[in-house]
Design a protein around this ligand. Structure first.
Ligand SMILES: [Zn+2]
Length: 425
């Protein structure tokens, strides 16, 4: 029935890289002891990848009928007492700040803010499902001993969304989120190691409402069974308010982490007294489906660095075209080509003869998907000789034609470098 491209790939067939080492070598992100551990900052090349990824996600969400919001990264302690975070999750939260007699905390999740956004207006059943999305900040008080790179951080930018829907709509919304995850993984070249149905375990971490857990678990089990995806049920991995479908990825050392998630929540709609007006004119309780396609932006970019070893697909690459004038004489042509790239929305830079021989510059730019060589002959005819990252050297062609082709490939967000030919968007 549904097409799940991620299903075809068992595990990575090539060694993965350490994103912390590569992140430093490639100038993508770094940390400073004065900012603090677990609080990385993004350098320009890393920021390009992050921004491009965020735009991809917003675009995918917009097409899938989500509406985007912004909400503050702080909230009053009382907000998290109502949501249940305070009693079930406070070990992972930053201590509250006293502010004129009020206590304010850095938020541990976006759900309570989105519940309040929903509650701020009255809703008819005709508006449901209402899909509210935000790429927003959240904070986790990880101990400094376990921090490092982009995978264990204290400040997290989460690709989050909450779907407010009727009970009848839950299965379709959860299945739709699972399909979005599959499409995003195919576009990004991410392969999951397994799907997990995350259930509650022993201990007081979970809200006590057996009937609610039973219903939510039955719904997610049904969604997974219908999807045809292999999965395993694991106890002790649920959210405190409900069970989850988690999509697991692994790093080069085989350490597993959750990247994407789909959750069914009856608890927070109850806590925040959410309702919609049904066809009968009466008040009804919506269900909240929490979902994240790529999880945190930090973890997603860390994983992409490890998968690609810095050789990113053209649409994500910090520098897409490196322009190589053979001699000083072609430098003005090279600089003009960089400006043309910028006008077309392509990221390009010149690597001139001051950086060494042509061979040395070709090697130095080996991670760039495209190298545009301009010698005397090319300069005279407004042509470029393209070298692709996979080693192919193409015959000289008109610069306009080459840039249009690259622009099409980037717009299509394909992992292909040159073929197959794509339709203009
Ligand atoms: Zn949530």
């Amino acid at each position: 029935m549904h097409d799940h491209p991620m299903h075809d790939h068992p595990m990575h067939d090539h060694p993965m890289h350490d994103h912390r080492k590569l992140g430093r070598e490639l100038g993508l992100f770094d940390t400073d002891p004065l900012i603090g551990s677990g609080l990385p900052y993004w350098l320009p090349d890393g920021a390009v990848i992050r921004h491009t990824l965020e735009e991809y996600i917003r675009d995918a969400e917009r097409r899938a009928g989500y509406r985007h919001v912004y909400s503050p990264v702080l909230g009053k302690r009382e907000l998290y007492e109502i949501s249940g975070h305070w009693s079930h999750y406070s070990d992972d939260m930053f201590p509250p700040m006293d502010l004129g007699g009020e206590q304010v905390v850095l938020r541990p999740s976006l759900c309570p803010h989105h519940a309040l956004i929903y509650r701020s207006r009255s809703h008819s059943y005709r508006e449901l499902p209402l899909r509210v999305a935000e790429l927003g900040g959240m904070y986790r008080s990880e101990l400094s001993g376990v921090l490092g790179g982009l995978t264990r951080v204290r400040a997290i930018q989460l690709n989050d969304a909450h779907i407010f829907c009727t009970l009848d709509q839950v299965a379709a919304e959860a299945a739709g989120a699972l399909e979005m995850i599959g499409r995003a993984y195919a576009a990004l070249g991410i392969r999951p190691v397994r799907y997990r149905l995350s259930l509650p375990g022993a201990g007081g971490k979970y809200v006590a409402a057996p009937e609610m857990w039973r219903r939510a678990t039955a719904m997610l089990t049904d969604v997974l069974d219908r999807s045809g995806l292999p999965y395993e049920a694991v106890e002790g991995e649920a959210a405190f308010y409900g069970p989850k479908i988690d999509v697991q990825i692994a790093d080069g050392a085989g350490r597993e982490a959750t990247l994407s998630t789909v959750q069914v929540d009856f608890h927070q709609p109850e806590q925040f007294d959410l309702h919609y007006i049904g066809p009968d004119g009466g008040r009804h309780r919506p269900v909240m489906v929490h979902r994240s396609i790529i999880g945190s932006v930090e973890r997603a970019v860390a994983h992409l660095i490890e998968v690609y070893g810095g050789a990113f697909p053209a649409w994500l690459a910090p520098t897409q075209v490196v322009v190589l004038p053979v001699t000083e004489a072609e430098l003005p042509r090279a600089e003009a080509l960089v400006r043309r790239c910028a006008e077309l929305g392509l990221r390009a830079e010149v690597s001139g003869p001051e950086h060494g021989s042509l061979g040395a510059r070709v090697r130095a730019a080996r991670l760039a998907p495209y190298q545009a060589v301009i010698g005397a002959k090319e300069a005279a005819g407004d042509e470029i000789a393209l070298r692709l990252r996979d080693g192919r050297a193409l015959d000289a062609m008109p610069a306009a034609e080459a840039l249009a082709r690259i622009g099409d490939l980037v717009a299509a967000r394909t992992t292909a470098l040159w073929e197959p030919a794509v339709q203009r968007a």
